[in-house]
Design a protein around this ligand. Sequence first.
Ligand SMILES: NC(=O)c1ccc[n+]([C@@H]2O[C@H](COP(=O)([O-])OP(=O)(O)OC[C@H]3O[C@@H](n4cnc5c(N)ncnc54)[C@H](OP(=O)(O)O)[C@@H]3O)[C@@H](O)[C@H]2O)c1
Length: 265
Amino acid sequence: MSWFLNKKVWVTGASSGIGKALAQELAQQGASLVLSSRRQDVLEQLKSTLNNPEQHMVVPLDLERYDALAEIVNKTLPATGQIDILINNGGISQRELAMDTNIEVDRKLMDINYFGTIAMCKAILPDMIKRRSGSIVCVSSVAGIMGTQLRTGYSGSKFAVHGYMEGLRAELHQHGIQVLVAAPGYVNTDVALNAMNGNGQAAMLKDQNNLDGISPKECALSLMQAIERGKHEVIIGKGVSRIAPWIKRLSPALTRHIQRKYTDG
Ligand SMILES: NC(=O)c1ccc[n+]([C@@H]2O[C@H](COP(=O)([O-])OP(=O)(O)OC[C@H]3O[C@@H](n4cnc5c(N)ncnc54)[C@H](OP(=O)(O)O)[C@@H]3O)[C@@H](O)[C@H]2O)c1
């Protein structure tokens, strides 16, 4: 019997890539899902293909409009009863040099990847704290551990998630709530197509590193294993992107060399 059977899981960014794979695998293992992102039609279509579609709900939301998230969560919770696991997966990347990136793009990266994430946590946590149970999960990135060229604003937004969650984990320990930050390396999704260029338009890049990365399903299954095992942090991936965080701990000089070498995008 799966550990996820009958768990209520809210997945943001469920319309594509890692979030979609999470939805498929979680539903397969008997979880009831709240599926969120901006594109309601895509989420409805996904829901209809999942195991036990009647068990799942579609709740469209825009993480950039983080002021509206508390109301959306408060309207949804009575229908779900509770949320056992919140997976903050929705996000957007960047492919542009820092000096060619409009500061509004840097702000948008922070709004979606950081403020959208913490607003979801603030809205869902009171119920978890009352029940003394739950898991807060964030899909960060290896770029949130190691600054990466062409993704300065993206790296900044994901580093911020790591710092926030480290403090939140300490605060929530007494309430029995897990805080897990996952740092995937390259995963074969549309992340580079959807990433913003310096003007905030979709970069529409086919990034070979992503194409050569692990599948969204592999990423989803590794993340689910880390949730089940009660982990605090997990690095997911293969090749350089998997070992880079370890290299950073061991050798800052080698890390700077790798950072200068990786100019892909
Ligand atoms: N792929 C990788 O190599 C990789 C590596 C490390 C970390 N990550 C992280 O993994 C997460 C998922 O990315 P992915 O690779 O699966 O990319 P993706 O295929 O582009 O999916 C991104 C998801 O985020 C949602 N999203 C984007 N902006 C949003 C907004 N303003 N409000 C609500 N939802 C929004 C999108 O849905 P809508 O368009 O329907 O809103 C989509 O479901 C991201 O946080 C990303 O930073 C990815």
